[in-house]
Ligand binder design. Structure first.
Ligand SMILES: Cc1ncc(COP(=O)(O)O)c(C=O)c1O
Length: 400
């Protein structure tokens, strides 16, 4: 059995009696993933149940109704909290449901400062849903901490950043922003979807909460949606647990199980994503049809220095400029291994077109303001043989 201490990443276990600080992969495979007490099954059971029998009124085994809690979900929440170094986590039906859950803690008149280049669905939620409830959002370029500081108001409750951003791959200095937030008593929330906890640990850098679309690298197999909020304080855990129960956008036991299965190989997948990512970025940077490459692992990236100390790898996400919508379409019609599709973080390489897909909701003006062009293509480099990925991109680029 695993015994979790107050910070549950410092677990001790009968399997590892002398290991007070198990490594990342050990935690990915064992925290919350201990063998089933009843049967010894090495994988966590999928508790497909809507309710639980009670022994008498008010007496039960800690589970009453599946919207409130489910043992498969509990195990995943322990596991992800451990990987991000939080006290606990709460999982939701999607990444957007997780971000929305955080915002339900706000009231009319509250203010949020966020990065001006986020996954397009996030400003869509902020501007087209939550602004209607009187929550105010200010978008700034968070690559400069001074912009964040200037945007803070008395009513500011949260600074929300993605780093690297989607799809421009710009970085924000998490330690510097967290220091400003701490001084002003504002929570820093980081969307860590692109890096995964394997390459970036925002809580260690001062973040108050971390959010993920588990749909991406944490699951890693493109077979389920999900979202998580990892917390650093007990009151956050309590509030988000209440939101799960009150609003009900919880992750199903089957999808919790898919993520539990996926995270077991997170470290080896991320290593391969990173190796392939570096090779593909170098190939694109040297290709005559490619006008510009956005990848924090290239020495000409404006924040290459920051990338080297804030992240322990550069990852699999790359954007590049083909010059026009027509060029982007010519090449995207030709890709085979690098299929055209609207997600990222799976074992298979996926290409996408931010202007018409992930960032369509920003509108032409919104995209122009932050530098997303019609010729930009984003690639989530998978873990196939890198020579095959490069050969596919090469033949597709020949169509331009
Ligand atoms: C960085 C980032 N955050 C959040 C989301 C939303 O996640 P989901 O699609 O699971 O709702 C996405 C989706 O692409 C994303 O890329």
């Amino acid at each position: 059995m695993l015994k979790l201490t107050a910070r549950n990443w410092q677990l001790t276990t009968d399997l590892m009696p002398n290991t007070k600080h198990p490594g990342f992969s050990t935690r990915a495979i064992h925290v919350g993933q201990e063998p089933d007490a009843e049967t010894g099954a090495v994988t966590v059971p999928i508790y497909a149940t809507s309710t639980y029998v009670q022994q008498e009124i008010g007496k039960h085994k800690g589970y009453e109704y599946a919207r409130v809690s489910n043992p498969t979900r509990t195990r995943l929440e322990q596991n992800l909290a451990s990987l991000e170094g939080g006290v606990a986590s709460r999982v939701f039906a999607s990444g957007m449901a997780a971000i929305n859950a955080i915002c339900t803690m706000f009231k009319t008149g509250d203010h949020v400062v966020c990065g001006h280049n986020l996954y397009g669905g996030t400003p869509r939620l902020f501007n087209q849903v939550l602004a209607g409830y009187g929550i105010e959002f200010t978008y700034v370029d968070t690559t400069d901490v001074k912009n964040v500081e200037r945007a803070l108001r008395k009513q500011t409750r949260m600074v929300f950043v993605e780093t690297p951003t989607n799809p421009l791959m710009a970085l924000s200095d998490l330690r510097a922003i967290s220091q400003v937030c701490r001084r002003k008593k504002v929570d820093l929330v980081v969307d860590n979807t692109f890096m995964s906890p394997y390459f970036q640990q925002p809580i260690a850098l001062g973040a108050d909460m971390v959010v993920h679309s588990t749909t991406k690298f944490l699951n890693g197999h493109s077979d389920g949606l999900g979202g998580v909020v990892v917390c650093t304080r007990p009151e956050q855990v309590e509030q988000l647990g209440f939101v799960q129960k009150a609003a009900g956008a919880i992750l199903s036991p089957f999808e919790c199980w898919l993520v539990l299965r996926g995270v077991k190989t997170l470290a080896v997948r991320m290593e391969q994503h990173d190796r392939n990512g570096r090779r593909v970025a170098a190939f694109l940077a040297g290709h005559k049809k490619v006008k510009r490459v956005f990848y924090p692992g290239l020495p000409d990236h404006p924040q290459y220095e920051l990338a080297q100390h804030q992240m322990s790898g550069f990852g699999a996400m790359i954007s590049f400029e083909t010059g026009s919508l027509a060029n982007a379409n010519k090449m995207l019609r030709k890709v085979r291994v690098c299929s055209l599709g609207e997600s990222l973080g799976g074992v298979e390489t996926l290409t996408s077109h931010p202007a018409t897909m992930t960032h369509a909701a920003l509108g032409t003006k919104g995209r122009k303001e932050i530098g997303i062009t019609d010729g930009m293509v984003r690639i989530s480099v998978g873990i196939e043989n890198v020579e095959d990925i490069i050969a596919d991109l090469d033949q597709a680029l020949a169509a331009i």
